[in-house]
Design a protein around this ligand. Structure first.
Ligand SMILES: [Zn+2]
Length: 164
């Protein structure tokens, strides 16, 4: 039996909807974090649990490293402010995105800041280059200003990472 609270969807001819478990083919999770230094260990545990739940165990180690690096960057540039972590699995690729509240600067400070931030993610850049992954930094503008740090990982890259 399905309980519908929305009168618009409570039609007599609408089929009952049983709970649908998350699909391992395509899933998206978002996690809001308060932004302190402890968040990295919490986020690593969360992504480990989620990937294990979806039988993507081989991605766990590379994902944990990537999440740590992205959150460390967010912490360095926006210490103790809220951040969000998104995980999205589509077409055999895991996309991780960290949203922080570091807003853009005027040129040329914006370019200097972005270059410095890229340098601070040198370890991640090298690991993902060796593992066939990708990453980037994008500025976000109002109404939700800040910075997006993202990385894309694939199972074959995780196997290369395990062999390093
Ligand atoms: Zn800056």
């Amino acid at each position: 039996m399905c309980t519908r609270l929305c009168p618009a969807s409570a039609r007599d001819d609408a089929p009952d909807h049983a709970p649908v478990p998350p699909s391992s083919d395509n899933f998206t999770y978002s996690l809001g974090l308060p932004g302190g230094a402890f968040c990295a260990s919490f986020a690593r545990a969360a992504v480990r649990r989620l990937l294990t739940l979806h039988q993507l165990d081989e991605l766990v180690d590379l994902t944990e490293l990537t999440v740590s690096e992205l959150l460390s960057s967010a912490y360095l540039y926006t210490p103790n402010t809220e951040v969000s972590l998104w995980l999205r699995w589509r077409f055999g690729e895991l996309r991780l995105t960290v949203f922080d509240q570091h807003t853009s600067h005027l040129i040329p400070q914006a370019r200097d800041c972005q270059n410095e931030r890229c340098r601070s993610l040198n370890l991640l850049s090298r690991v993902l280059a060796a593992c066939g992954g990708d990453w980037g930094i994008e500025q976000r503008y109002p109404p939700v200003p800040g910075t997006s740090l993202w990385a894309s990982l694939r199972p074959e890259g995780a196997r290369r990472f395990a062999a390093l």
